[in-house]
Ligand binder design. Sequence first.
Ligand code: GDP
Length: 480
Amino acid sequence: TINGSKESKTPQDKLIGGLLTSDFDERSCVSRYYKSSLYRKPSPYNPSEYLISKLRSYEKLHKRCGPGTQAYKEATKNLLHGHDDNKNYANKTVDECKYIVWVAVYGLGNRILTLASVFLYALLTDRVVLVDQSKDISDLFCEPFPGTSWLLPRDFPLTRQIDGYNKEYSRCYGTMLNNHAISTNSTPPHLYLHILHDSRDEDKMFFCPKDQTLIDKVPWLIVKANVYFVPSLWFNPSFQTELVKLFPQKEAVFHLLAKYLYHPTNDVWGMITKYYKAHLARADERLGIQIRVFSGDAGYLKNVMGQVLSCTQREKLLPQVVTQEVNVTQSQKVKAVLVTSLYPEYSDHLRNMFSKQKGETIKVYQPSGERYQQTDKKIHDQKALTEMYLLSLNDKVVTSARSTFGYVAHSLGGLKPWLMYQPMDKSVPDPPCVRSTSIEPCHLTSPSHGCGADWGTDSGKVLPFVKHCEDRDNDGLKLF
Ligand code: GDP
């Protein structure tokens, strides 16, 4: 069907129970309507009717306010000529549009998590999301909203300044709060939200009710973030009321948002499906192992290899190596192991170990070994996305603690990962890993307490379903 056509023939299963609109041309983005049963077991996480209707109204809003519309023109004009006084924004008509600009910073895993967070915040606050296209986002993902674009036009008036925005910037929300420079009767035309690992409480807690009364009036928000801040949004009671309706299965937030937003471009989809068909499709079982090394002397580390073996064997994900003949009547199952890492040595080691395995066949694959992070290099990022996606297609997955790359992979796949604890020295952590009881990503460097009356309460104890992350020792927040 043609973009915008009402007579779509796209079957309902390809639309993920109505999560996706049928208003797109299938060929321009093959991954959007792919037949998931070809690659995945059916997901137990389904979109609610309320989420579906919210997405359809968001699509209308985006079309009305998006790039190229009169509303967008007006809004950018006001951005330049607006003043920090009440008369410009206090009398807004209902037709005016409010925006939130997502800026691409940090690695691809971080970006995927933060853009989903920003999108959910936009759904909750009736804002339109626009995406910084100065990096390679359009080489990675198709447009998610029909009949419009999510890309921030290159001539956006603040484009050249955004790079320099940081905590010191005078329009940074936390800084304005500290300087008593913002109040309900003095609303700036734009605000910068700094939601990074080095944020102050004043920045982190932007979602609390009293902050929202100030922020809600601001027509333009510009966000730099590197954490998945969705779990904290539930601390705002009015957001929580909406969120419960949107996501009755609380741990499915990222899983569903990712399936709605992120459709790899045809180039990347080609890389994913080609690799899958060549190496994973025919296996009886598929195990993904993501090995991310954060320590300064990154590379092949013996204790990390030991940890991978210790975790996978203890949890019965991989067998002990058996080289003596075993009873041949045993089934000759093939298990595919997909390793992703910047370093090829880990999969080399596993492959050698299992090359003479008797009884069952263990095939070890690793799509790339890039050695070092090269974010913003097109083909490097395309490989990274391919691998996150391939990991998500496994039956089971082992990931490295604290890695947003791993979080995206398991959550997209609807998988509860085995999280390998971050080694603190040169030894193998004991225990080596822990099974997550949720498919959600962790909000790293989360606020330490709740909003308002919950200010004194440890953030992991404010709500029964928002708890500290298993891989973060009394830290981080995650939906369960
Ligand atoms: P995080 O640093 O683990 O939280 O994940 P990010 O994705 O934000 O940043 C790490 C970046 O390093 C990735 O985006 C890739 O560019 C690169 N990288 C790390 N691990 C891998 C891997 O297993 N495969 C590939 N292809 N790239 C990786």
